[in-house]
Write a protein that binds this ligand. Structure first.
Ligand code: AMP
Length: 381
């Protein structure tokens, strides 16, 4: 099966790696990537078509080469997906992409499904922002509706004197103002749904961000809110007839969840599944788009994932930590850039060492500030 992927970053790379392992060999998957970057890190795992996404050759290449098309991120032109789905199976659909690539569509859909979100209002001018603050209150976050990721395109507002400068820093793009949610913890639910409608849910991950970038994810076994989170993602998936892996990021408010955002793709907070479950989020994405029965998503070993932002630590240091597996995406290290991750797996029942091992990794990557949070985490319970 020839899988064409729009995008050539680490998510495309890990999808291709998952499709090339022995237990997927019956599907004989080959991969091609359309990505304008000559040094796309997925390129070593298949054919690389170096075209801008809106170049007609991008569509032509995917159409001629692929049996099925998928994508690794939501900041791609919806028009490309719409054109391709006239001639090829494309999963997830352009409908799902349209929802997920605009914060206004996303939040409106959540509310229509009866799923709570932060209070929000649209902002297209400084005047709108003033009105939005009156509606939503302060503190709040001004976010661009499209193309924001890893904390980019966001400004926190605490005082009305900050409005003009905040608007100037993002204008003139369409924005949304969101109330600042006072959450107990952030979790995400990742699930995969195949063409026949079978859904496999991953155990919740508890997530820690710094500077708007995910730093640490902890897989949660038997979390009391697992079912509630599954109900949320199931509603969304079934409403749009979703096919593939999806993530929904949730703020836990104690008595209920508020949804933050939806990713129509494999997600950073699901990377722990590469070592913590039998079928990773990448494998199940491929099985879903190929309409095959989905693999087992139960936790085999509790796993923590630490992102590598801006640098790759010395391999020898990581090799000394029992249960630590490092993934180097082969990207040029730059400040703020995700260049890899480390999964730390609990081997056997030695829970104490497991926590110690996570702490060692956090120390090596300079995230000591998260160690205290770890000890307050629901991961311990
Ligand atoms: P986002 O790009 O929307 O996923 O935001 C990145 C991170 O910023 C989230 O994971 C939260 O930690 C924080 N954040 C975003 N929106 C809000 C909000 N409305 N209230 C509180 N924290 C938020």
């Amino acid at each position: 099966m020839k899988v064409g992927i729009i995008g050539g970053g680490q998510l495309a790379q890990m999808l291709a790696q998952a499709g090339q392992v022995t237990d997927m060999s019956s599907l004989a998957m080959d991969f091609a990537f359309v990505a304008p970057e000559k040094d796309a890190c997925a390129a070593a795992y298949g054919k690389h078509f170096v075209y801008p996404y809106l170049d007609p050759k991008a569509k032509e290449a995917l159409e001629n080469w692929s049996d099925v098309v998928t994508y690794e991120f939501e900041s791609i032109p919806v028009a490309l997906v719409q054109e391709l789905e006239k001639v090829k199976p494309v999963h997830p659909s352009s409908q799902a992409l349209t929802l997920a690539s605009d914060r206004l569509n996303e939040k409106t859909m959540f509310n229509q499904q009866g799923i709570e979100t932060a209070k929000f209002a649209t902002v297209d001018s400084l005047e709108d922002l003033q009105k939005a603050v009156a509606e939503v209150g302060l503190p709040a976050i001004l976010k661009t509706r499209r193309d924001g990721y890893d904390g980019k395109g966001q400004v926190v507002l605490r005082d009305v004197s900050e409005l003009a400068a905040a608007w100037d820093s993002l204008a003139p793009v369409a924005c949304i103002l969101e109330s600042m949610v006072n959450f107990n913890r952030e979790v995400s639910i990742v699930a995969s749904r195949n063409v026949d409608g079978e859904i496999a849910y991953y155990p919740l991950a508890e997530n820690y961000h710094r500077e708007g970038i995910l730093r640490l994810s902890l897989s949660l076994q038997n979390d009391p809110k697992q079912q509630e989170a599954q109900d949320i993602i199931r509603k969304v998936m079934e409403d749009v007839g979703y096919v593939g892996t999806m993530a929904v990021e949730l703020f836990d408010l104690g008595d209920k969840f508020a949804a933050n955002e939806l990713s129509p793709r494999v997600h950073n907070s699901g990377h722990w599944s590469m070592d913590g479950t039998e079928a990773s989020q990448f494998k199940n994405h491929l099985l879903a788009i190929a309409n095959k029965p989905l693999g087992n998503t139960d936790i085999i070993n509790p796993t923590a994932m630490v992102n590598l932002i801006g640098f790759i630590p010395e391999k020898e240091l990581i090799d000394e930590i029992p249960g630590a597996v490092m993934y180097d995406y082969g990207k040029e290290p730059k400040p703020g850039r995700k260049v890899g991750h480390i999964n730390i797996v609990a081997n056997g029942d030695n829970y104490k060492d497991f926590i110690e091992n996570i702490i060692k990794v956090l120390t090596i990557v300079g995230q000591e500030a998260l160690i205290e949070e770890l000890s307050n985490s629901s991961f311990y319970k």
